[in-house]
Write a protein that binds this ligand. Structure first.
Ligand SMILES: [Zn+2]
Length: 210
């Protein structure tokens, strides 16, 4: 399902809506289409329309109040952040069965926060156990990091984003402050900060996270 980003009259992103709703608002004269998915079209007996990706609602003057720039830490979002992989062995894991590993164990004061939890398969989680490995002892695909937007956006919108790269057309309005993790990889790599591009970094558990 392709969604559209809905802006208010002032051009502030307000919500993520379905393309059907975006088309309906446009057909009613209540929204203007600012950008469309170039390769998706809607056909009706009377017209063919590129599927809208950004619309501006012409009758929404209100400003959102509750802004945030951090994605809520939920099981699904954590799974998305870590690319559906065990960050220790790189094996594909399912949303229903993955385990959450506290890099610094809870028994040692580790918090359940974006910068201290990663997805792990049962085997690796058991292997690591309730201990804090020495720096360099265990490779990770990437360090845990906080998924942040560069600019705060309405909380309801951020909560709908889940952990995904927004469509290109949204990048004028919404973008992450860190690179998203690489797509699932056949073999584990030693990734650097931010799930980044230089696979040279071996995680130090004592180094500060983002
Ligand atoms: Zn594993």
């Amino acid at each position: 399902m392709l969604d559209a980003l809905a802006l208010n009259l002032a051009g502030i992103p307000m919500d993520i809506i379905s393309w059907r709703k975006a088309v309906t608002l446009w057909a009613l004269g209540r929204a203007e289409i600012l950008a469309s998915y170039e390769d998706r079209f809607i056909h009706s007996p009377r017209l063919t329309l590129a599927m809208p990706s950004v619309v501006q609602c012409l009758d929404v003057r209100s400003m959102p109040r509750n802004f945030t720039h951090v994605l809520p830490l939920t099981r699904r979002n954590l799974y998305g952040r870590d690319g559906g992989l065990c960050v220790y062995c790189g094996q594909k894991i399912s949303l229903s069965s993955f385990t959450i590993d506290h890099v610094i164990p809870r028994s040692q004061g580790g918090k359940t926060s974006w910068d201290n939890v990663v997805t792990a398969c049962m085997h690796c989680n058991n292997r690591k156990g309730n201990r804090r490995p020495r720096p360099g002892e265990i490779d990770m695909l990437h360090e845990p990091f906080v998924p942040r937007l560069t600019h705060a956006a309405p909380r309801n919108l951020v909560e709908k984003l889940s952990f995904r790269a927004p469509p290109m057309a949204w990048s004028t309005y919404i973008y992450w402050s860190v690179a998203l993790p690489p797509k699932p990889h056949a073999n584990p790599v030693r990734a650097g900060h931010h799930g980044g591009h230089a696979p040279t970094h071996r995680l130090s558990y004592d180094s500060p996270v983002i």
